[in-house]
Design a protein around this ligand. Structure first.
Ligand SMILES: [Zn+2]
Length: 270
């Protein structure tokens, strides 16, 4: 946290080894931490970090994770956390799409019963992911590192999707023309082997890039991201499952009297 920001950085999609110590994770700020497999998730969801919320995931690019997916085990882990991720589809992966689809559909069935904040991977599969979300609507899908076309983006907005924006895609015009500011989160997709302390800098860079798109300063983008996470938590009813520090910040942001920051843009209809 620097002097400009009254709120810690909020990273909506990063990867940590579940064996990291709380001291190692402390400089990372607030993070929605993804797992790649149910084994990894089983280690992670029992942790009690102040600002790191751990997800239950089955990554579409990890063969062992896909082979080991079990719907009941997934549901049991999901019951213990506010976040699901990383799940999704990837047509560039060497895992057959049928296998990926079986996992993704089973996961969405669970989310339909247990609403959660769901971080979704869609590399080279943006249309396919949207098709699945249309078949099985869930609360609440967050499209991570989104690369869809403008029509796909408008469809995603109409399906209720949020977007966690990575620096590699933050300059895409869709985030200015098709996505309401109220649907934006910021992410690093920081990797397992990367130092957690680098996350606040990476998040701040995305905040500057998104600030250009939304005509806000970086501190306003940060506040917006916290408010948007608050809306996701309200929609899914998972507040009690959040780390205490994160829940306290959401309460503080919700109580603020600062007028909401919103882009002057009507919601797309198509
Ligand atoms: Zn990821």
């Amino acid at each position: 946290m620097n002097r400009v920001h009254l709120l810690p950085s909020l990273d909506a999609h990063a990867h940590f080894r579940p064996g990291r110590t709380p001291a190692e994770l402390a400089p990372a700020g607030a993070v929605l931490a993804m797992t790649g497999s149910l084994d990894e998730a089983a280690q992670a969801v029992g942790r009690r970090d102040a600002l790191v919320a751990w997800g239950v995931g089955c990554h579409p690019r990890v063969p062992r994770a896909q082979a080991g997916f079990d719907r009941d085990r997934f549901a049991g882990l999901v019951a213990r956390t506010a976040i699901i991720g990383e799940i999704g589809l990837d047509s560039g992966a060497r895992i057959p799409l049928d296998t990926q689809l079986r996992t993704f559909r089973a996961a969405l069935e669970v989310v339909a019963e247990l609403p959660r904040v769901v971080s979704i991977h869609s590399y080279r599969a943006t249309g396919l992911v949207l098709e699945e979300l249309r078949r099985r609507p869930v609360a609440v899908p967050v499209l991570h590192w989104w690369t869809g076309t403008a029509p796909e983006t408008r469809l995603a907005v109409s399906l209720g999707c949020y977007f966690s924006v990575h620096s590699q895609v933050a300059r895409r015009s869709q985030f200015r023309t098709a996505v309401p500011a109220e649907r934006v989160l910021v992410e690093s997709d920081h990797g397992w082997a990367d130092p957690p302390a680098a996350i606040p800098c990476r998040v701040e860079w995305v905040e500057h890039l998104m600030g250009q798109q939304l005509r806000l300063d970086a501190a306003q983008v940060r506040r917006l991201a916290w408010r948007n996470l608050g809306a996701l938590v309200d929609q899914t009813g998972v507040r009690e499952l959040l780390p205490p520090g994160m829940a306290a910040i959401l309460d503080r942001v919700a109580a603020e009297t600062v007028p909401p920051v919103a882009k002057q843009m009507p919601l797309p209809t198509g």
